[in-house]
Design a protein around this ligand. Structure first.
Ligand code: GUN
Ligand code: FE
Length: 423
């Protein structure tokens, strides 16, 4: 039977404004949105009605970039820049995931926290370890969350306790793809070279081939930090720029996510647009590691697909609502200090990036247009103070800036309500 969820419905079909149905109803059948109505129809026999009262119903949050094994490091060492931060904090922590018991205890907490913060779909980096990557996938499957999960590949420029041989890295990746590519309905593998400095040409080429052979997407990092960009130019003088290194190894397609994009050239932005690559905007992380500000307006103007990423643990917050507000702040500072032609993001634009923008990576996700998966959050904002005399859009703005998990009372993925993960 079709279901009707009554409440104040808000979503962004387009970035420049919210679609708003005050006291409206979303009709859902087989986990998908059929339509959104201004009022509930008279003939209710064919509908199971869930009345959410004076609450907001919005699409679930989508996080395009999160490192699951960095969760225990949240808030640690964020007075450093990228490369020393990786050496001093990140690599030693990631080495611990050869231990499956440790991995299980952390990844169970990760799933709980992601659930708690209202993220319903997420793209995860794991570590280089195949077994704990499979465990991470099983935990997300059990939690009912939608996820892409990547076993990390690294065969150079990283500590002995993490580095893989090129052959082992390729073989482990192939075995892991075989085991997981058709294992779960909503949790899928994706190819994950960490970034150019830690992957040889031979490895990157083999990973590009595996992505094509298994028809799986790709994620990696690009141009986060100036020292990283300079290093890549030294390592690959044969390629025109950082993005071209990935392209030359078969890693740039319409299901590739490039995280950060702080220092890309106009030619790289054009390339990303032409190839349909996604950019993951991670402003909390870019501030923390003093990487810079991604000129997100340039990417949007060029027609690049953009979503938001927490980038835990370089980002210190699991909440995509927090990333939305930081994205707005960052765009204002960039406008103020570097380029007055790059208009700051509006609230609806930031919301779009954290729902439909990133959701496009998962198909029809992140909106309540007909045919979209019913991934939703029910928000009770009464804890946040006076709601009378405020529009529902203003109430959503306040939730995004000052609300938190205490205000999220239900979460749905493809029409199923998902409960707090237990173990
Ligand atoms: N570049 C390569 N690896 C990483 C990582 O783990 N985090 C971030 N923020 N950037 C990276
Ligand atoms: Fe990252």
């Amino acid at each position: 039977m079709a279901k009707a969820y009554q409440g104040h419905i808000l979503y962004t079909k387009d970035p420049d404004r919210f679609e708003i149905y005050e006291n409206g109803a979303v009709i859902v059948e087989d986990g998908k949105v059929v339509e959104v109505l201004k009022t509930l129809p008279e003939n209710l026999e064919a509908l199971e009605v869930f009345n959410m009262g004076d609450r907001l119903i919005i699409p679930g949050f989508v996080d395009l970039h999160f490192h699951a094994p960095q969760f225990p490091n949240l808030g640690l060492g964020l007075d450093k820049e990228l490369l020393p931060w990786l050496e001093d904090y990140t690599f030693p922590e990631e080495a611990k995931y050869s231990d499956l018991d440790y991995a299980e205890s952390v990844y169970t907490r990760v799933a709980k926290e992601i659930w708690r913060q209202g993220t319903t779909r997420i793209v995860l980096f794991s570590s280089v370890h195949k077994e704990s990557t499979q465990l991470l996938m099983s935990i997300f499957d059990r939690a009912g969350l939608g996820a892409y999960v990547g076993k990390v590949n690294m065969d150079r420029n990283c500590p002995d306790f993490l580095v893989e041989s090129t052959m082992d890295s390729i073989e482990a990746t192939k075995a892991w793809l075989e085991a997981t590519v058709n294992l779960y309905p909503k949790v899928k593998p994706l190819i994950t070279p960490r970034f150019v400095p830690t992957c040889t040409s031979e490895l990157m080429r083999a990973l590009g081939d595996l992505a094509a052979e298994y028809n799986v997407p790709v994620q990696t990092h690009i141009s986060e930090n100036q020292a990283e960009v300079d290093w890549v130019r030294e390592l690959h003088p044969e390629s025109a720029d950082y993005a071209t290194v990935y392209e030359d190894h078969g890693l740039m397609g319409d299901k590739t996510i490039l995280a950060h994009c702080v220092h890309n050239t106009d030619a790289e932005i054009e390339k990303m647009s032409k190839l349909g690559v996604f950019a993951a905007h991670c402003p909390n992380a870019n501030y923390n590691l003093a990487s810079g500000i991604m000129p997100v307006r340039k990417f949007l103007n060029a027609g690049v697909k953009v979503g938001l990423g927490t980038d835990v643990g370089a980002g210190h917050k699991v909440s995509i609502a927090s990333v939305m507000s930081t994205a707005i702040q960052a765009s204002k500072i960039a406008w103020l200090n570097s380029d007055r032609t790059l208009a700051p993001l509006s609230t609806s634009e930031a919301f779009y990036l954290g729902t439909k923008g990133g959701g496009a990576y998962f198909g029809k996700v992140g909106s309540f247009e007909p045919g979209y998966e019913f991934d939703a959050l029910v928000i009770d904002d009464h804890r946040l103070g006076v709601t009378e005399g405020r529009t529902v859009e203003e109430r959503l703005q306040r939730f995004l800036y000052i609300g938190d998990d205490r205000d999220i009372i239900s979460r749905f993925v493809s029409g199923d309500e998902i409960m707090e993960p237990t173990k």
